[in-house]
Design a protein. Structure first.
Length: 570
């Protein structure tokens, strides 16, 4: 998909008098010639969208515009806006009273522009000022190049951070000159103050939640029903694992199965072939299931260049064959959503972490040191009961780190297994970012939506892993809707070998591309270390085998943006 295709799916906020900047108006006229339309004009606050923009745009109060979908449990956004005239209080009210994939754009009583991005971050948001005009968008269309900031440049330091810690992608933009608004953040452009984080996942660990299995079923069902309510047709992935089976069962419970087409992707290796489990779930609920083979085929430079125009590097596109097929299937269906079980490993707590015993002791005191429990945790996590007991008594120190996501800045006092869960949850924010399938239809990840995340983070880790085993509470809660082959399953699909083979088969294209590329030239990657990392003998089995794919995504992205920035000066 080219940059011009991306242009057609965006939105643009323009705040300022229409006569303030003739060059801005000339750029807007160029967008209109490309099919963009002014959706709302509130006398100095204009919202434009491309011809294929997939989200609704609505005026919800006097000077307030909602872009996307906000699903409230009670009050309407207009009532919240009327109740809270100030920026931060209104933003908090909207976050606390509802959820969804949305942005709120408004002017307060003093005429100042305010921006709110929902806690999932499903819609991206950057802004910049040009004299008296503020522009905000999810991706600056090329027609705006003449009015982009003069200091726009690739941020090589941030690219290096992303290569080492991909989870920073949702919190760091590797472009200088554009201001970002983080997920769950409020911003007042031009105020001189950075965006303010109003929603932090650690707050819900501290708040606590009902650990009754029925409560978990209820919150997942309500969330899936809310996501499906506005959809005409979705493509639903049924991997054969627990999480996607839970989501599929909730689609049935919501009475929305007729709006979904279910698909399973399988690999050639036994670890990547979960068709029999997916078929069992489909039979149980009466779904038709399409199965699609994921071939082990080399990636090409075109695969990365196709994704390079993204605002942020498209890490979700590192499996190009799957990404291409899913995007094509979404388009063929005319689907307005891709529904997945992504995020379930994090929120339901899949990781075999012996520190759950420390969380239990912190909550229950010495009663939590029951020998049978310590032995059971040891069997599950493949540690000795003595190791589990030591962790239970003395905890685990979080290793010092450099740059970290803003959501991990205040978690040191939390129980150690909950800290690990939050780190995995932050990594899951990559599932909202760009890829070909995201350009074909909105990504719908209900297990990463606000109600499910807040509920599950509030449940103690030893309760989430009751059994103890991975996702024990979720298994218990949804057992009545799952085939035994999934509910009682002890293994899990593993694609690490698949990615290792993909990378190994791609070495003829990847090696010269990376070794002679911009990341090496800028010192982001060390050439000697890269040559070792690209050794085919190391790629098949070593951990992190997809690292060269991530590097190639960054390389293509940097080249694309360097070229775009250079063309502005010609």
């Amino acid at each position: 998909m080219s940059a011009s295709d991306l242009d057609s799916r965006g939105y643009l906020v323009v705040a300022g008098p229409p006569t303030a900047d003739p060059q801005v108006e000339a750029c807007l006229e160029a967008l209109r010639r490309q099919g963009w339309a002014v959706r709302l004009d509130l006398e100095g606050l204009r919202i434009l969208t491309g011809p294929r923009f997939p989200w609704p745009v609505a005026q919800v109060h006097r000077d307030h515009v909602l872009i996307g979908e906000w699903r409230g449990e009670g009050a309407h956004p207009s009532a919240i806006a009327g109740r809270f005239p100030e920026g931060p209080s209104l933003a908090r009210g909207l976050i606390e009273d509802g959820w969804g994939a949305y942005l709120l754009v408004w002017r307060d009583g003093a005429g100042r522009l305010n921006l709110l991005r929902d806690p999932t971050g499903a819609l991206d948001l950057v802004w910049w000022r040009r004299g008296p005009v503020t522009l905000a968008t999810d991706w600056p269309p090329e027609a705006l190049d003449p009015v982009l900031p003069a200091g726009l440049a690739v941020d090589w330091e941030t690219l290096g951070l992303l290569l080492r810690t991909p989870s920073l992608l949702s919190d760091r933009l590797p472009l200088k000159g554009l201001a970002t608004v983080g997920a769950g953040c409020w911003s007042r452009p031009g105020s001189g103050v950075a965006d303010v984080t109003l929603w932090r996942p650690a707050a819900f660990v501290r708040r606590g939640a009902d650990d009754d299995p029925a409560a978990l079923v209820d919150v997942v069902d309500r969330t899936v029903a809310g996501v499906m309510r506005s959809r005409r047709r979705v493509l639903a992935e049924l991997s054969g694992g627990l999480d996607s089976a839970i989501v599929a069962a909730s689609i049935r419970a919501a009475g929305q199965a007729h709006r979904a087409a279910f698909v399973n992707y399988y690999g050639d290796d036994a670890e990547g072939d979960e068709r029999r489990h997916a078929a069992a779930a489909a039979r149980l609920h009466g779904f038709e299931l399409e199965t699609v083979r994921k071939p082990i085929e080399p990636v090409t430079l075109a695969d990365f260049e196709r994704l390079a125009p993204s605002l942020r590097p498209a890490f979700q596109g590192v499996d190009p064959a799957y990404d291409r097929y899913a995007a094509a299937r979404l388009s063929a269906l005319g689907a307005d959503g891709l529904l997945t079980g992504q995020g379930g490993d994090s929120v339901f707590f899949q990781a075999p972490d012996p520190a759950v015993a420390a969380d239990r002791v912190r909550r229950e005191g010495l009663r939590g040191l029951h020998p049978a429990y310590l032995a059971a945790v040891g069997r599950w996590t493949r540690h000795s009961a003595w190791t589990v007991g030591r962790l239970a008594l003395f905890g685990r120190r979080r290793p010092p780190s450099g740059a970290q996501h803003r959501w991990l800045e205040d978690i040191d006092e939390l129980p150690p297994a909950k800290q690990g869960q939050l780190e995995r949850f932050v990594n899951c924010q990559l599932f909202w970012t760009d890829c070909l399938r995201a350009r074909a239809a909105p990504l719908l990840n209900p297990l990463l939506s606000q109600p499910v995340v807040e509920h599950c983070l509030g449940i103690p880790s030893d309760r989430l892993t009751s059994g103890p085993r991975d996702r024990g509470l979720a298994r218990t809660a949804f057992a009545f809707r799952l085939p035994p082959s999934i509910a009682e399953r002890r293994d899990k699909g593993d694609l690490s070998c698949f990615y290792g083979r993909v990378v190994r088969n791609s070495i003829p294209a990847l090696a010269p591309y990376l070794l002679e590329g911009r990341l090496v030239a800028q010192g982001v990657m060390d050439r000697a270390e890269l040559e070792v990392d690209l050794d085919p003998a190391r790629l098949l089995w070593r951990e992190g085998a997809n690292q060269p794919l991530l590097a190639a995504v960054l390389e293509a992205w940097a080249g694309c943006w360097e070229g775009r920035i250079a063309r502005r000066g010609t």
